[in-house]
Write a protein that binds this ligand. Structure first.
Ligand SMILES: Nc1ncnc2c1ncn2[C@@H]1O[C@H](COP(=O)(O)OP(=O)(O)OP(=O)(O)O)[C@@H](O)[C@H]1O
Ligand SMILES: [Mg+2]
Length: 449
């Protein structure tokens, strides 16, 4: 006999609570508890029954194919194109460009004779047509529907049998079998699992567009991320013109790959050379400005780190980090104060990665220290210099992953003087440029820098 039990479930950690409260008692997140109805069934042992399922060998599987869209930045992020029959969750802030990217994919696929159905629960066909015109989608083969009811969407997919289907968005889809409102965790989960079952059975690749909550996770249960094959996030704040497509889970390719796009009138345009974009407005000879090379997935990215040190007006100096980790900044300031004997506690310190990039990796340590030192002492670094390296608590420099690739990218972008940790010396072999290998940050401020 099934019983219904009312509980509250956290959208961030999936923890259950008996009563609603502002803060989740499990993970400490605020405003993440949502009503959750759990069907409790009396436990019954499953009996062995029916004919056994078919078993397959791994030696002769049917190789699934990939649908390469031709949008290079997208294909790379998903591992060379969407895998046939896979289910992909595309999340992002409101207005970031999820529907735009989805429609651009439709354009590429229909032009390659790959049948696509687009279920738009958020925009009318007229609104979609306007966007399609802007994106240059003239092909009439794209099947568009405004249907949001799950059974009808499933019927549509069964009869059309497209290769790719887009559900924009999973929060507007609803199943009449459940009492809860569209967008509630139960609805989102039910719709996803039904769509997935049908998709896998008919070999349809399904892209689910999902909204993200204030705390940055895809709205609905975290469970959704476990069900689907690939989770992509489209990021980028409105103040900046570029958007980053990030893969956080991929059963068929590397994760933490990124694709960089620029939002233009004609849609999201891939940026092949992001270094040019991030360094284009750099002021030559400025103090507090240091160029470094970060890694995003397998991709090296040249960025400018800026630091500003200003005499603190009040007792507690301000520390502000944008693009790097705030706690890491505090740690690096303590290292500077102790190892370089510079009274940074008398300064307000602001550190920013230009262009809105976020690089929270240890390789940013040495360039951040160099930028802060340059600003405090009012000494600019030579323009052709790039700095890469991790720094430990005793001020020693440490090697960073993929240093050869970073150096190559810096050289390609015209930097011919590199400051690196001493431990990477044996890995680097380039006679054309000048290297300064340093053992600790005291050597960083030596007269030859
Ligand atoms: N004519 C235009 N030129 C350049 N960019 C535009 C133009 N029209 C719209 N945009 C951009 O497209 C964005 C909206 O994209 P889109 O509707 O794909 O976002 P979304 O992520 O699907 O949003 P939502 O969550 O509301 O569905 C706008 O924020 C704007 O940056
Ligand atoms: Mg949209």
């Amino acid at each position: 006999m099934a019983k219904h039990k009312d509980q509250f479930k956290c959208t961030a950690c999936d923890g259950l609570t008996a009563k609603w409260q502002g803060q989740c008692p499990h993970c400490g997140e605020w405003n993440t508890l949502e009503a959750h109805e759990e069907v409790v069934r009396s436990a019954k042992r499953v009996k062995v029954a029916g004919s056994p399922p078919p078993f397959y060998s791994l030696s002769n599987p049917d190789e699934p194919s990939r649908y390469a869209s031709g949008i290079g930045e997208f294909d790379r992020v998903v591992g060379g194109g969407l895998m046939e029959g896979s289910i992909v969750l595309l999340g992002g802030d409101p207005g970031v460009g999820k529907s735009t990217l989805a429609l651009q994919l439709c354009k590429e696929y229909v032009e390659k004779n790959i049948k696509v159905c687009y279920f738009s629960g958020e925009e009318s066909v007229g609104q979609l047509a306007l966007r399609a015109k802007r994106l240059g989608l003239e092909n009439d083969d794209l099947k568009i529907s405004n249907e949001v009811e799950l059974s009808k969407v499933l019927a549509g997919l069964e009869s059309e049998k497209p290769k790719v289907a887009i559900i924009d968005s999973i929060q507007t889809s609803y199943s009449p079998n459940l009492d809860s409102l569209p967008g509630s965790p139960n609805q989102v989960r039910e719709c996803t699992s039904e769509l997935m079952t049908l998709g896998k059975k008919n070999n349809i690749t399904i892209i689910l567009i999902g909204h993200i909550t204030k705390s940055g996770v895809i709205a609905g249960p975290k469970l959704l991320e476990h069900i689907v094959d690939t989770v992509l996030y489209l990021e980028g704040d409105k103040q900046h013109y570029f958007r980053i497509l990030r893969s956080v889970k991929n059963r068929f390719g590397a994760t933490h790959e990124i694709g960089i796009f620029e939002m233009k009138q004609e849609g999201l345009v891939g940026v092949a050379n992001p270094g040019d974009m991030f360094l284009s407005e750099r002021k030559k000879g400025a103090t507090g400005s240091v160029v470094t090379c970060g890694m995003e997935g397998s991709r090296p990215l040249l960025v400018e780190i800026q630091a500003l040190a200003a005499r603190a007006a009040y007792g507690t100096p301000q520390r502000h980090a944008s693009g790097i980790d705030q706690k890491r900044l505090q740690l690096l300031l303590a290292v500077i104060e102790r190892q370089l004997d510079i009274p940074v506690s008398q300064y307000d310190i602001f550190v920013n990665i230009v262009g809105g990039m976020k690089l929270k990796e240890p390789a940013m340590d040495l360039p951040v220290i160099a930028a802060i030192y340059s600003s405090v002492k009012n000494i600019p670094l030579p323009d052709n210099t790039a700095v890469i390296g991790e720094v430990g608590l005793t001020g020693e420099t440490r090697s960073v992953m993929r240093v050869e690739q970073r150096v190559k990218e810096a050289v390609r972008m015209g930097f011919d003087r590199l400051i690196l940790p001493a431990s990477v010396k044996k890995k680097i072999d380039n006679k054309k440029i000048t290297f300064k290998f340093i053992k600790d940050i005291v050597e960083l401020i030596g007269p030859q820098v």
